[in-house]
Design a protein around this ligand. Structure first.
Ligand code: GTP
Length: 597
């Protein structure tokens, strides 16, 4: 045990975590030259394309220091707020963390939020000043920031570059010398923390765990404490670049487990594995069931594909337990599913996976958060509203609550004014303002989740010219004066376009919605009135004028390859259209409410 070190890397997005992890793998010869490939840890196609780490993984390295062999378990953590629960469980499996700070960008919101998580778990922090090869690097100033933040000494900071490999040996030495070996008692009953799971279509779910006490043995009958389910440990092993089967994994070490589990739902990140016959009395603390934050309807473009869509979603759920869905029907779109996601990125990933892996073409409706409605009859019992159409009649309703978050924004002092205006426009209440340095300010706001899950981040980047970072955590439900704004096309309500909006913004948003839809919905052979309404009261109106002439006419006589391209493009565009009544609505229209600025 004294030769094991468990650590993670925490950093703000793009500060170079994955690149530095690759350098550590090279330096410990965990990967042979043949296996080398940029950003090894990001092995899902989607991750590679987006250049972000979506799921956490673990990898074990062997390292010889002063003639002694050490086992280093690097636990990778996802970098996006949607996946912050997974970050917290990965951190709980470590004794130390490399805190990577980009020498040009300095400390950002996620540097701080992840650091707090690490400190809560008593991790030893090794500050790394990364990307010092960059011409724009500002090592002195950023070192000052790090010292201010951590209260450490300047000598504790390791200057490094994931690009040139500078500082990698120093980092490895610091991992051995500064991070304590795991504590734990080998002859206690088995107690292991599940911090990740991976779906393998041939072998079922692979559970990634860290043993806190006791030993897990191949063939042992084990129990997952939160779900109460029992399994046999058919295969256990350590995670090098590939899996290496072992007979046992001892206290302090990290490994994988395969036991014929077919569904991701059975494995809860944060759960404790113990021996079925001689269980530990204590579950490892911090377990939570992850709750979806954003909901949207997913409907097949072709109504005949409903069953196939259901099959595809079930398969997706096998390897992504955080996706939840229930059948729903919409007057406008027919049969589909109301799905819950961890956040907007998660929603995009699911939509993309449905299209890529399952060849489904789907329409995603306006995303919304989860509201609580209280009826006059039973004002104590909340009715969970995951779809605006499910909101009870205003006359029967006592009040509505919506989820709030604490938002933390770090920005340059030049942009404080703009950032504040944006947050106030988004119904934020400022709760704190701290100057971290004369140039850098930390602002905190209480804000409705609904206002930030959608386009907030893009707007923030724009108003701060990129110099703002942002993080958030939920702080519970608060009463809000919300109304349902409906959209009528050709006199008919399109339920999939309804949204719950704060009463003060309802008129403005209704008006902008109509204008936006007028832009997005293609003209047809007849006039299409677009109306926004609250109840029976119409608050805004636009008309899409009927088509006068044949728009394809200008194709004829043109260059043949261009014409073909245009037709291809139209075919593609066509795929994401839904016929509602006699109006064709493109996918973008369902997202219009999110992009009204
Ligand atoms: P997420 O996984 O999305 O959180 O990002 P990350 O923190 O893992 O960052 P990543 O390693 O993907 O690096 C982000 C970008 O910075 C990439 O374009 C890297 O090539 C670049 N980069 C990383 N390290 C260095 C460095 O030391 N010097 C320079 N110049 N560029 C670097």
């Amino acid at each position: 045990m004294k030769h094991i070190r468990n650590f993670c890397i925490i950093a703000h997005i793009d500060h170079g975590k994955s690149t530095l992890a690759d350098r550590l793998l090279d330096a410990t010869q965990t990967v042979t030259a043949r296996e080398q490939q940029a950003q090894l840890l990001d092995n899902m196609d989607l991750e590679r394309e987006r250049g972000i780490t979506i799921k956490s993984h673990a990898i074990q390295m062997d390292y010889i220091h002063n003639g002694e062999q050490y086992t280093l378990n690097l636990i990778d953590t996802p970098g996006h707020v949607d996946f912050s629960y997974e970050v917290s469980r990965s951190i709980a499996a470590c004794e130390g963390a490399l805190l990577i700070v980009d020498a040009a960008q300095s400390i950002q919101a996620q540097t701080i939020s992840n650091l707090y998580l690490a400190l809560e778990n008593d991790l030893e922090i090794i500050p790394v000043l990364n990307k010092i090869d960059l011409p724009s690097a500002n090592p002195e100033e950023v070192s000052d920031d790090i010292v201010d933040l951590l209260g450490c000494e300047y000598e504790d900071i390791i200057p490094a570059s994931g690009k040139t490999g500078l500082g990698v040996d120093k980092i490895l030495e610091a991992i051995i010398n500064r991070i304590p070996p795991p504590k734990g008692v080998e002859d206690e009953p088995l107690q292991a923390l599940i911090f990740d799971s991976v779906y393998n279509p041939f072998r079922g779910i692979e559970v990634i765990f860290r043993v806190t006490n006791g030993t897990i043995k191949k063939g042992q009958k084990i129990k997952f404490m939160a779900t109460g389910k029992e399994y046999f440990a058919d295969e256990i092993g350590t995670l090098k670049l590939n899996q290496v089967p072992k007979q046992e994994i001892k206290t302090g070490d990290v490994g994988y487990l395969i036991s014929g589990i077919k569904e991701a739902r059975e494995v809860k990140v944060g759960d404790t594995i113990t021996d079925a016959k001689e269980p530990t009395k204590n579950m490892i603390g911090g377990f939570e069931n992850v709750k979806p934050m954003v909901f949207a309807g997913i409907y097949p473009v072709d109504t005949e594909d409903y069953e196939e869509l259901r099959n595809s979603m079930e398969k997706l759920q096998l390897n992504d337990a955080s996706l939840v869905f229930l059948p729903e029907s919409s007057a406008a779109l027919g049969f589909g599913f109301r799905c819950g996601f961890l956040g907007m990125l998660h929603m995009e990933i699911i939509q993309e996976r449905l299209e890529r892996e399952f060849d489904m073409t789907v329409i995603t409706t306006v995303p919304n958060v989860s509201y609580f409605a209280y009826s006059k009859k039973e004002p104590e019992v909340p009715i969970v509203v995951n779809n605006p159409s499910d909101l009870p009649e205003p006359s029967r309703m006592d009040h509505v609550e919506e989820p709030y978050i604490k938002a933390t924004i770090i920005t340059k002092s030049d942009f404080v004014g703009q950032v504040m205006s944006l947050c106030i426009e988004k119904r934020g209440l400022i709760t704190n303002q701290t100057y971290l340095t004369p140039e850098r300010v930390e602002l905190t706001f209480d804000m409705p989740l609904a206002e930030i899950v959608f386009d907030f981040y893009d707007r923030l980047k724009t108003v701060s010219k990129g110099y703002a970072s942002f993080d958030y955590s939920p702080i519970g439900m608060r009463t809000s004066n919300l109304v349902k704004v409906d959209i009528l096309l050709n006199g008919q309500i399109v339920d999939a376009l309804s949204a719950l909006i704060h009463v003060d913004n309802a008129h403005n948003i209704g008006k902008k919605m109509c204008e936006k839809l007028k832009e997005l919905i293609p003209r047809q052979q007849f006039d299409i009135p677009i109306q926004a309404a609250i109840g029976v009261k119409v608050i805004s109106r636009e008309t899409i004028k009927a088509l006068r002439k044949d728009v394809t006419a200008k194709c004829y006589g043109g260059d043949i390859s261009r014409k073909r391209k245009l037709l291809e493009k139209q075919k593609k565009g066509k795929k994401r259209m839904r016929q509602v009544g006699n109006v064709e609505i493109p996918q973008e229209a369902f997202m219009a409410v999110l992009k009204l600025n």
